[in-house]
Design a protein around this ligand. Structure first.
Ligand code: NOJ
Length: 710
């Protein structure tokens, strides 16, 4: 897709000086103050600015960022396209992670919707708002697989599963890019952080990782492969090292795997200062070394640290870096600029959109991301019962939109308090500051959660419990012996193990964007039915980490995720998860019939030629509510050369089933679903038996066996 412009690009490159080429490989940060700005204009005229990142600090997602200044951007662009010799446009980027002005749920929550179309619509709407503000390139989606809820950036990605990650990547990339990347309302997407960042030891941001190629290909890479196949224009390399090799200097990971094996034709941008950090990481002597290592590794655009701008010319003249490598990087960057049509249309475009529609979308997805974890006949709330609401998150606004929201506003985010005041049931609600005020109510609603500043970049936590004051509140409310429901606004799975017995209902609301609270009210009062499913396992305690569903079998049954041998793993706590992957309750009850497969045997050749196993299951809605159900299909490859996980999600479908009715869910499982990667990156389906599980979470025992003949 990107190589189609290569002829024109080669022509341009042939006329560029080395300095001008290197200028294209340089990304500047947003200027702070007049002096920096004027300097930037001069640099653009000299052809030294390939791109500008509209953020001014390393922790853009957590700090206060300057707003976008479209006039400055246009003036700067004018210097590049009118006053520089080559007239190559600058590309403007910004972190637009889960919404621009209108904020949608954090990506981990969006993944819990298991609704790919809705996710795509949110990113489409996001692209329009961003494009209208002059942003041509978003540093999203973040698709780092992670098994560690301590990591602050867990909020930014789609959780622990490669298939969910790949689906999310595809939806987000398609949403950002729209019909055509050249359209005015499309934005270049960036798959980040390549690769393994989410595996940092202990959940400590930027720490080292150990990932074998086998694990890389089967777990960490699929989302990036999906992003590339969906046409992503850029990839951001990650800060971490893998087994001692920082990604910023890894020829193996960037050139060999991403560019050659996966076939990525766009460009790779480094993360903030990641090139010069090779000195701190101890693999480069000085910044000149860094520039050499990163360019050779395949990083095309240098984010903010000017190592390329300062040293590449010298390195070429000394014969250390070849000009061909530089040409290749320039070509990749220009491919994206051409695909985005920046040569014809370099300035900010006015894009019209209806903000009301975007808020409606934000509400719809927030309703689908909330996960009902427990319900002992307390939800939905009846319209007439007396409800007392208490808790530190009752009047909170900012935390509800989550971290990494540079342009979202707390003022546009109703608190739970405000949303409840908007309800017809408001006469029956007591907003309490103390327990005494709850004496006359039938049901207590607790507004609990975590602050957004505990999530995002450089914000890991070592504890996964609620804060002490919240734990105490739960215990004190329990002593009132009333029906108690907790709504939990959080960016990560929290180990609420000890609170569960005190609560009759738990609705996990996440940090779900501007419309979190109205959406939660709709769910609480039964206007909408919960349908979110966990995209990440809930551990019972920090000591459970890593706890993820797609574990491989062990020689002795001590694993425990699937309840094999509950006492034999840990002596002090059950080994099974608090809540498994894929889990989420509804107000209705679904029953699954046995799985059907029309052809239980296919040969390997037939599979290679595109034949598939056609699998179906009928799901009956036996309850009193029409509701959506996400049916999940997992496989287990029983015997193969390398150990394979006990379950691997390979498909899911979400559909509305009317009450009293049933729906048939049909899946096809073929070569792609049944295969896996060897350590050398080759893909294989090994003949033999496979178990196929279809159910409502990863623990389902509803299965059949299919056979692939040699
Ligand atoms: C550092 C973060 O790791 C990255 O995700 C972000 O895009 C850049 N800063 C730019 O803000």
């Amino acid at each position: 897709m990107f190589a189609q412009f290569d002829k024109q690009i080669d022509e341009i490159i042939s006329k560029m000086t080395l300095k001008e080429k290197i200028g294209q490989l340089n990304q500047e940060k947003a200027p702070s103050g007049k002096e920096e700005y004027e300097n930037l204009l001069e640099m653009a005229k000299r052809g030294e600015v390939g791109s500008v990142l509209w953020a001014s600090s390393a922790y853009a997602g957590a700090g206060n960022e300057p707003g976008i200044n479209v006039e400055l951007m246009d003036e700067l662009q004018k210097c590049a396209v009118e006053n520089s010799r080559c007239k190559i446009p600058v590309i403007f980027g910004r972190d637009v992670i889960h919404g621009h002005k209108t904020v949608y749920p954090i990506p981990l929550a969006m993944a819990c919707s298991f609704n790919n179309d809705l996710v795509e619509k949110c990113y489409r709407a996001t692209a329009k708002e961003a494009a209208n503000d002059g942003i041509q390139w978003s540093f999203a989606p973040m698709i780092d697989l992670s098994r560690d809820p301590r990591w602050g950036r867990i909020i930014e990605g789609p959780g622990e599963d490669p298939f969910v990650g790949a689906s999310f990547a595809k939806s987000a990339v398609k949403g950002f890019m729209g019909e055509k990347l050249s359209d005015k309302d499309s934005v270049v997407a960036c798959a980040k952080h390549y690769i393994g960042y989410g595996a940092s030891e202990g959940g400590r941001d930027y720490h080292r990782t150990e990932i074998s190629d086998y694990t890389l290909y089967n777990f960490y890479l699929p989302a990036f492969r999906a992003a590339v196949n969906a046409g992503v224009g850029t990839v951001m390399s990650s800060f971490n090292d893998i087994s001692g090799q920082p990604i910023s200097s890894s020829v193996h990971h960037i050139r060999e795997i991403l560019k050659e094996k996966v076939g990525f034709e766009g460009f790779v941008v480094s993360d903030w200062d990641a090139v010069i950090q090779l000195v701190k990481q101890g693999v480069a002597r000085d910044e000149k070394d860094c520039a050499e290592l990163s360019l050779k590794a395949g990083i095309d655009l240098d984010m903010k640290d000017r190592a390329y701008l300062t040293y590449l010319e010298e390195l070429v003249k000394e014969g250390i870096v070849s000009e061909e490598l530089i040409n290749d990087s320039v070509k990749r960057i220009l491919r994206v600029k051409f695909a985005k049509n920046l040569f014809e249309n370099p300035y900010r475009n006015q894009v019209s959109y209806d903000r009301k529609e975007h808020f409606a979308l934000a509400r719809e997805i927030a309703e689908e991301t909330a996960v009902l974890l427990k319900n002992d006949n307390v939800l939905p709330l009846s319209k007439t019962q007396k409800i007392g609401v208490i808790g530190p998150f009752l009047k909170e606004k900012r935390d509800l939109i989550g971290s990494w929201t540079l342009d979202g506003k707390a003022e546009e985010t109703p608190s739970l308090y405000e949303a409840l005041l908007n309800r017809p049931e408001k006469e029956n609600i007591v907003f309490a500051d103390s327990l005494e005020e709850l004496s006359g109510v039938d049901t207590v609603l607790l507004a609990l959660g975590e602050v957004h500043t505990n999530t995002g970049e450089a914000n890991a936590v070592a504890k996964l419990t609620l804060t002490d004051d919240q734990i105490e509140l739960v215990n004190r409310v329990k002593s009132l012996k009333k029906k108690t429901i907790a709504v939990i606004f959080s960016g990560r799975p929290l180990a609420i193990t000890r609170q569960i017995p005190c609560l009759d209902g738990i609705l996990y609301a996440w940090h779900s964007g501007n419309e979190t609270a109205p959406a939660i009210c709709n769910l609480l009062f039964g206007d909408k039915v919960p349908s979110g499913k966990l995209a990440m396992t809930f551990p019972r305690t920090v000591g459970h980490i890593p706890m993820y569903y797609n574990v491989t079998p062990s020689g002795r049954p001590v694993d425990g995720y699937y309840g094999e041998n509950p006492e034999n793993c840990y002596n002090d706590i059950p080994a099974s998860p608090l809540y498994p992957f894929g889990f989420g309750l509804s107000y209705t009850e679904f029953s699954y019939e046995d799985i059907k497969c029309d052809n239980k045997e296919l040969s390997l050749d037939e599979l290679k030629n595109g034949k598939k196993f056609n699998i179906s299951v009928k799901v009956n809605n036996k309850g009193d509510y029409s509701a959506k159900e996400t049916v999940q299909l997992y496989i287990r490859d029983l015997i193969c050369l390398n150990m394979r996980p006990l379950r691997e999600l390979k498909a899911y479908q979400k559909k509305e089933i009317q009450k009293g009715c049933d729906e048939t869910f049909e899946f096809s499982v073929g070569y792609e679903e049944l295969g896996y990667y060897y350590s050398d990156g080759s893909f294989h389906v090994e003949p033999g038996e496979f178990e196929i599980y279809v159910g409502d979470n990863c623990l389902t025992e509803n299965k059949i066996v299919i056979n692939v003949k040699a």
